[in-house]
Design a protein around this ligand. Sequence first.
Ligand code: 13P
Ligand code: SF4
Length: 302
Amino acid sequence: WPVIAPYVDEIIRLKKERNAVILAHNYQTRDIFHCVSDIVGDSLALAVKAKEVDADVMVVCGVHFMAETAKLLNPSKKVLIPDPEAGCSLAESITGADVQKLREDNPGVPICTYVNTSADVKAHVDICCTSANAKKVVESLGSDKVLLIPDQFLAANVAKTTDVEILTWAGQCEVHELYRKEDIQQIRKDHPECVILAHPECPPDVLDEADFSGSTTGMADYVKEKKPELVALITECSMSDNIRADCPDSEFIMSCSMCPHMKKITLQKIVDCLRDMSNEVFVDDAIAKPARASIEAMISAS
Ligand code: 13P
Ligand code: SF4
């Protein structure tokens, strides 16, 4: 506390002065998640709630595509990101031009992108999805074949749950791709009573070994509702830290992998960007309209 208190006090003061709110993804560190944020959640919740923000300024504590999504959905607000270099291996894996080529190569096949992509990619697709609604969105398209890009593991995991034929792209999350099914088998061997939850960005054989798979908020809700005595979250490290406060009945096994992009956001950088009103996020007018339409289509479908 003595170390973070001055930052927290200053952020609270600056939020009032700037009429700002802080949106934080579930992978943000505890100090940000618990002490200074106003809205927390998974990618879907942050997008839906960003649309409703009334304050003048939104500071998005997450990665760049999340800040872009907030700007697209509530364009009259100033959107700041404490570190504009906070990227994502999935968003880096594909461009709008790649999607254009996929469209030419697969005439008539609807294209759904995971929200972990740039606004340029979103502008070239029919609809977006998140890990919370991917199956529902894919099935809402009414097609027997869908391109679900760019996460090949999310696509393979959705494909196991639907009759829709899923085509994909070779993107992967650098955090979740590291898990192996042997990691899960070892946890089971060491702790047979442990409930194992895995994010759908993990490889399919990892999910096969888990008891439940869901978005970051889906996993948090599962633990809050079912109150398992022992739980392992097969996902980014801050998840266990952040939900522990709401789950006093559960013990958490630390079996996590850290996202270096999410961890670029710090209390000091939040102070800096609110004080200087720096690192504002803009989306090119030419791509904003179609990109917004594909996110709005997702919100309607889910
Ligand atoms: P969620 O939508 O489940 O929060 O996932 C976002 C993300 O980046 C996971 O790696
Ligand atoms: Fe991207 Fe993976 Fe980090 Fe999520 S955890 S922001 S998908 S690199």
